[in-house]
Design a protein around this ligand. Structure first.
Ligand SMILES: Nc1nc2c(c(=O)[nH]1)N[C@@H](CN(C=O)c1ccc(C(=O)N[C@@H](CCC(=O)O)C(=O)O)cc1)CN2
Length: 286
């Protein structure tokens, strides 16, 4: 048996097509949609991701505002830029590219953002809303990679109701929020959150129907239940190449696989655009 591929690239392209129609409708009604990005420092990976976000905006008709700052930018200088975007009416939503240089406290920066403009869904108020709201449709932005995982599965008609999902990784962008999303009543999965301190990982992997690997440790997942659905969202660079958390040898016995690269990454980009368009639609409805 060989797994079917959850094709993030093709799915993201379809989502972008849908979003361009919504952006055009907003424009026709006199509303601009604009994404801002703040990049601090010279990390080539981060610069590539930010470049991709602006390319995506151009494709779907979203205006974009790019703020690139040097590595030695102080926390106060960065806070001033955050304030500028909070107050800029052309900016519907924005992101601060992570990770930030070590001398800057990420939590302080995320908290200073206007929650209504938080296109990444990482402001503590938006994460708190995800914690608090189990039943109703969400009306605040959700973190892009978790949303990308859920949407990728839904668009391949994979029902998670009653499934046991093992999340490996406890980071704020993926591991922690994805479990909250998956246990909402409309999805109804049962979630176990494992991490690098978990001592019985192979035992948990042997039981899981779905594995979402987001630990950022190259090929650390070496076993899975036959027929499992595997989503690889971990990113490491080995010899300069993007490498996921899941050993590709497992693809043979899985039912569905979202590889890395080519799986959830393009969905993360599409969900960012989705968050900006939803924010613009909320503004237009006011
Ligand atoms: N503010 C944020 N910072 C970071 C986030 C985030 O969601 N918000 N996530 C990651 C980086 N990221 C987006 O910012 C991101 C990562 C990967 C991809 C992607 O499309 N990956 C490709 C492979 C790319 C490659 O070859 O390097 C794929 O999976 O096919 C998009 C966005 C950390 N920072």
């Amino acid at each position: 048996m060989s797994a079917r591929i959850l094709d993030g690239k093709a799915t993201a392209a379809a989502i972008k097509q849908e979003l361009s129609e919504r952006v055009a409708a907003l424009k026709a009604a006199g509303h601009t949609t604009g994404l801002g990005t703040i990049l601090v420092g010279n990390d080539p990976g981060s610069a590539w991701y930010v470049g991709g976000k602006h390319k995506d905006c151009a494709e779907v008709g979203i205006e974009s505002i790019r703020v690139d700052l040097p590595e030695e930018t102080t926390q106060d200088e960065l806070l001033a830029k955050v304030k500028e975007l909070n107050e800029n009416p052309d900016c519907t939503g924005y992101i601060v590219q992570l990770p930030l240089p070590k001398h800057i406290d990420q939590d302080v920066i995320l908290e200073a953002m206007d929650p209504a403009k938080d296109a990444d869904g990482l402001h503590p108020m938006n994460l708190g809303r995800l914690v608090a709201n189990v039943n109703r449709p969400m009306t605040s932005p959700l973190p892009c990679t978790p949303l990308g995982c859920v949407d990728l599965l839904a668009r391949h008609d994979i029902d998670l109701n009653g499934k046991h999902v093992l999340v490996v990784g406890r980071g704020v962008t993926i591991g922690r929020p994805v479990g909250l999303l998956l246990t909402r009543r409309n999805i109804n999965a049962t979630v176990t959150l494992a991490h690098t301190g978990t001592t019985n990982l192979d035992e948990l992997l042997a039981q899981a129907d779905v594995v979402i690997a987001a630990a950022g440790s190259a090929h650390m997942i070496k076993t899975a239940k036959p027929g499992a659905i595997l989503l690889d969202v971990g990113v490491s660079r080995v010899d300069g190449k993007v490498t996921g958390d899941i050993d590709p040898a497992l693809y043979e016995s899985a039912s569905w696989v979202s590889p890395n690269p080519g799986g959830v990454g393009p969905m993360t980009r599409a969900m960012l655009l989705n968050n900006v368009v939803e924010a613009a639609e909320r503004n237009a409805a006011k």
